[in-house]
Structures are given as structure tokens and as C-alpha cells.
Design a protein around this ligand. Structure first.
Ligand code: SAH
Length: 355
């Protein structure tokens, strides 16, 4: 299948040679006219995939209470930068803000910042949270005590892939042949240095992944928490401990598809290596907690009680819906185990709930 972005990428590859998976992923997701997040697509049941905040209001509500508790433990600073990375449709922030409205003084202290590159998604977010401030990255968010949340943000950041061939690590790059895109093995680029050394001695055919952008964002968050105080909560699917394997995947209309088939038209993601995120953060002075699995984490925060409370004020169809949402978020065979939660915070703060 031809797409405008595919034609552009083929021309680029013909002119300058194969591109890294990271370059390919960045173009597919963020190209200013043809990128997946630039152009498309709704999250939710009609879209290509559904995220936890779109499954249920309870997700954002629980995270809101977790963050409000951190604010209390920070001694209720009068001004707090509340940052969300990759807010999608703005649903999580809307639910989080509604749930924390009764917390005395909390909303008065908050300034909401969205880190979002897609202008189209910024418009959707503005419908839900009109008073937010938008940023391309964290560097322009003003200093100050910080609360940060990121759900399914790190899995969208570009990864590099390396494959062992004839006992030598090579980099996978995207090449073009007869109007289609395919993978080739090339000499490993400098990002190989970021891969976990304990996985280097693995058999031929092994694949290693690394996400330099994720490592860099984690370091920036940690510096901010160390210098200005505060806490961050990161939820995503991925590895508790880095492992070999190819986790690069494409989703279109809730179906897995070939990531090289229709660039710009499918969502591309990779497993998040939480140990690498946590190591980047602790090396910059933050304390890290977890990972916890999403199911037990949400149950520890009281999502079961919240579901009962919501169910008590609705009819039997509503009750069934709430129970199925709860199951979707927490059951081990749904999002409860695959999705993991990592907290980063100022080391002076006491341990957070849920870990
Ligand atoms: N958190 C939302 C959306 C997840 S999809 C939810 O749970 O529903 C990923 C989000 O991250 C989108 O809003 C996308 O536009 C944004 N995004 C992806 N890469 C980004 C980057 N490098 N910088 C800023 N935003 C990015």
C-alpha cells in the first residue's frame, strides 16, 4: 500500500541510504503533515487503540488522588507545575482535575502544562482543559515544585534496534526495494553504547532495543524533581527488566499490522524498558519506586471502592459497564499485568502509595 509518507521515505532512502528505526518511527508518528499523531486518529473504541483513561474515568481519578497525596507530603506548596506528557485527548487530565476539586487549596496551587507536539491533539486537549499551557518538550516548563504524569507516552518515543549476526551486533535500518520498505542490517551506530551490557553475550539472531529519547526525558524529569521537589508517575506497557526481543509493533483499527506497510497510518510503539528509565532517573538524583503492575497498583489506591460507589448510583446496565471497565483496567489477562507503573520523586519525600 502506498501512502504519501511512504513515497517521501523511499525518495529519502534512495538519496541518502537506509534510515534507523528511530528516524523511521519519528517520521511516521510526528511528521508535520503526514505523521500518525499529526493527522489522525481518535483514541477510543472507534480509533486504532484504546488507552486506560479512555477505558474509564476511574483511571484518571485514581492518579489524581495519588498526585494530591504527593502534594500534601510536599507540604502543600502554594504553586505547583502539574505536567502531563503526551495527553492524547486530554481525558486523563480532565478526570484527574475533577477528582481533586474537593482537595482544599490544591487547584489554587496548580498550573497545568501539556507536553504535546501534535497541533491537532492540542486542539482536542484545549476542549477539555482550556486553561492548560502547551509545550513541545519539558525545557520550556517553568521551574518550581512539580507533579508529573505520563500514560502511554514513553512507548511512542523512537527506539533503535540491534541484531546479532555472525557474532557481531549490527543496527537494523529501514531500506527501500521495488517500492516497498524492508529491514537491512548495517553497522551499529553510536546508540548501541546505551544498550544493557549484560545482554550483549546472547546468541545470533537476538534483538536489542534502546530508546535514547526515553532515557533523556527520564533524566530531565529526575533533575527537575531533585532540584525543585515533587513526584512523577509513569504508566506504560513494557519490561520490568530489559530483555532481548523485537517489541516494535504497529496497530491499526485494533489490529496488529506490518510496521513498514503503511507509514503514517498505523500507530507505532515499542515496549518500555522500565529498568533503563529508572536507572536514568536515579543517576540524576531522583528516588524510584516500582515497577508495580497496574492492576494491584490501582486496587491499592482504592479503585474497587470507587467502582462500587459509581455502581451504586446507576442502573444495572451502568453497573455492568463499570464492572467491565474495572476488569479491563485491573485483570491480569487485560491491562492489569502488562501495564506497569513507575514513580520517580524527590528523595526527601516519603514512599508513595501503591508500591
Ligand atoms: N496519554 C494519552 C495518549 C497516549 S498516545 C492516553 O493515555 O490516552 C501518545 C501521546 O503522546 C499523544 O498525545 C502524542 O501526540 C504524544 N507524543 C508522542 N510523542 C511525543 C513527543 N516526542 N513529544 C510530545 N508528545 C508526544
Amino acid at each position: 500500500m502506498s501512502t504519501p509518507l511512504k513515497d517521501m521515505l523511499i525518495k529519502r532512502i534512495e538519496a541518502t541510504g537506509p534510515i534507523t528505526i528511530a528516524d523511521y518511527m519519528a517520521e511516521c508518528l510526528m511528521h508535520p503533515t503526514h505523521g500518525y499523531y499529526t493527522n489522525n486518529r481518535v483514541f477510543g473504541s472507534e480509533g486504532d487503540f484504546i488507552t486506560a483513561p479512555e477505558v474509564s474515568q476511574m483511571f484518571g481519578e485514581m492518579l489524581g488522588l495519588w498526585l494530591a497525596d504527593r502534594w500534601y507530603k510536599m507540604d502543600k506548596p502554594e504553586q505547583v507545575q502539574l505536567i502531563e506528557l503526551g495527553p492524547g485527548r486530554g481525558t486523563l487530565m480532565e478526570d484527574l482535575l475533577r477528582a481533586t476539586e474537593p482537595v482544599p487549596g490544591f487547584h489554587e496551587a496548580l498550573t497545568v502544562h501539556f507536553v504535546e507536539t501534535s497541533p491537532q491533539l492540542r486542539d482536542l486537549q484545549a476542549e477539555k482543559v482550556p486553561h492548560a499551557h502547551w509545550h513541545d518538550d519539558l525545557s520550556t516548563v517553568p521551574d518550581g515544585p512539580t507533579l508529573l504524569v505520563a500514560n502511554e507516552f514513553f512507548d511512542a518515543l523512537p527506539i533503535h534496534q540491534f541484531e546479532k549476526h555472525d557474532n557481531k551486533w549490527c543496527e537494523r535500518r529501514v531500506n527501500s526495494k521495488d517500492g516497498s520498505l524492508n529491514l537491512v542490517l548495517t553497522s551499529a551506530g553510536p546508540k548501541f553504547a546505551l544498550t544493557p551490557k549484560d545482554l550483549h553475550n546472547t546468541p545470533d539472531g537476538s534483538v536489542l532495543e534502546v530508546c535514547p529519547a526515553g532515557i533523556s526525558v527520564a533524566g530531565t524529569i529526575a533533575e527537575r524533581l531533585f532540584q525543585c521537589g515533587g513526584a512523577a508517575i509513569i504508566i506504560d506497557y513494557g519490561y520490568r527488566k530489559s530483555a532481548t526481543g523485537d517489541s516494535f509493533q504497529a496497530l491499526k483499527s485494533h489490529q496488529y499490522c506490518n510496521p513498514f506497510e503503511a507509514p503514517g497510518e498505523a500507530d507505532l510503539t515499542a515496549h518500555v524498558a522500565f529498568d533503563q528509565i529508572a536507572a536514568a532517573a536515579t543517576s540524576r538524583g531522583a528516588a524510584s519506586y516500582g515497577t508495580a503492575a497496574q492492576g494491584p497498583f490501582l486496587m491499592a489506591l482504592g479503585v474497587g471502592d470507587r467502582a462500587q460507589q459509581l455502581a451504586a448510583s446507576t442502573d444495572s446496565a451502568g453497573q455492568e459497564r463499570i464492572l467491565s471497565e474495572l476488569k479491563r483496567l485491573t485483570a491480569p489477562d487485560e491491562m492489569g499485568t502488562l501495564f506497569k507503573v513507575l514513580a520517580l520523586q524527590d528523595p526527601k519525600l516519603p514512599a508513595p502509595a501503591g508500591f
